[in-house]
Ligand binder design. Sequence first.
Ligand code: SAM
Length: 245
Amino acid sequence: MPYECDVVTLFPEMFDAITQYGVTGRASRNSIFRLKIWNPRDFSDNSHRTVDDSPYGGGPGMVMMAGPLEEAIISARKRQQMLGIEKTEVIYLTPQGRRLDHCEAKRLSLSPGIILLCGRYEGIDERVIHRQVDTEVSIGDYVLSGGELAAMVVIDSVVRLIPGTLGDPESATQESFVNGLLDYPHYTRPEQYCESSVPDVLLSGNHALIQRWRLQQALGKTWLKRPDLLKLKEKNGITEEEKTL
Ligand code: SAM
């Protein structure tokens, strides 16, 4: 059964970027995940299909109205229920949410599906958050013009963790953050590039040595670039292999 991903957005075409290209495009074609778009304009109660209005209390910009958003979310919930998913998590993409990281992507990948809510303008009517949203997720401490790019970041990071998405399942187990470390350095042909050559150990054919070198490199890179991850790893415990280094 595909991972069910419903998205509420005013810009459905933007999502072609993940259903048509690269790893997520292949996963979509192979039915590893299924994307269903809901446009709040289809739930507007007026002939102009308006979905925004000026904010109470004054101030700049427009706010997305509660009614069309809530109806779109309810339709998405019903679709997932009809597929046998009893309670789907509704996620609002917002700079005010908890920052997305590997653990959160992993957690979401273990559920049967998600509903993603993309805001625009100054944001959405707060009552939708209170009534319908389970989790608020941010992709970083900056403000985007809309939740679509953030939703696609969530989908990409989640889908690549679903078994069957990556050609070689080992890829997903060796990437940055998976074991609490950054990834080791990668090299490919040619063996000599300008003044720089591939480290000898990678040409040695000795797999135990290569594995050890890669772990050392991963630890070194993490220590240099993200010492905070090492502190966390120390707290969570290190593996037997790491202890032998
Ligand atoms: N007024 C809002 C604030 O300052 O918190 C920002 C609104 S922003 C211009 C419009 C929409 O973009 C938001 O409703 C949200 O869906 C999305 N968005 C903006 N920045 C984001 C971020 N860092 N992570 C996730 N979504 C974001």
